[in-house]
Design a protein around this ligand. Sequence first.
Ligand SMILES: Cc1ncc(COP(=O)(O)O)c(C=O)c1O
Length: 325
Amino acid sequence: MKKVYLDNAATTPVAPEVFEEMVPYLRDVFGNPSSQHSFGRQAKGVLETARRKVANYLNAKPSEIVFTSGGTEADNMVFNIAANELNVERFITSEIEHHAVLHTAEHICSKRKVELQIVKLLPNGHVDLQHLEKLLASSNKKTLVSLMHGNNEIGNLLPLKKVSELCRKHNAYFHSDTVQTMAHYKFDLQALDVDFLTCSAHKFHGPKGIGFLYINSHVKAVPMIHGGSQERGLRGGTENLYSIVGLAKAMELAYTNLEEHQIHVQGLKSYMKQELIANIPDVSFHGDTESDENSLYTVLNVSLPATSKAAMLLFTLDLKVILLK
Ligand SMILES: Cc1ncc(COP(=O)(O)O)c(C=O)c1O
């Protein structure tokens, strides 16, 4: 029986085309990109082609893309760069950030003289931009604002351009965790002025354990992982070449079919919502359910009425081969 998998915000299956693209780099092209001989030069060429490909999709410079082990590492790097190298004295973030952001910010603030401020949320879960502006205006401390683009639980979308303009107005650095939106939405990083974005390939049919950090070329970053000159010296360690190739292929697939995919998945989301309303009295939804525009087309957060069997719900659905978060 075919299983229904509804947990794509947690992870997605690797696309067959991505798998095929990766195989030669697992089997045949094994050189170390740092080696000077032809095996190494071949691997280096593949690495830099993948970086250019990724940068092109975002209208960024290849030198602004640092491959990492995924979203968590990339988010951690942002806070470490901010506190250690940019002399940031204040972080502003929200309560509904992924723990890769929230726990990293809390950890650094517990060890260092960095202040942590939490921006308020509106009742529908959107960031209160008036409060954000108030916080930004309340201090001259060097600040990093970190607010995610698409929330993995409730699906709300942050107005990136508006927030980036607010940050610029108040001279703050701006990071957005774009793990749920990269390769699901278009980004033009010549038009959008942000300092850091983070990406994880397994959220868009690429392999796990690979992602990247976008660092705007205006930001002066220094080595975060020491011990090698890879990734322009920022992240030492032999590159995960086959996964990087897989990430670039997954991005190509996503951006080739972006509109089609969005219309299809948005249709599924609307249908599911409609059927839940029609069949379950008192069902409700969290997040911004009013507008498709301000909500991830891939996420629907459903609240079912309380029953004595609620604890068994996931288990029961799993038996019926429906896999939810
Ligand atoms: C919003 C967000 N940020 C960060 C991450 C962490 O990414 P990774 O699994 O690549 O470490 C996730 C994954 O669950 C996520 O949804």
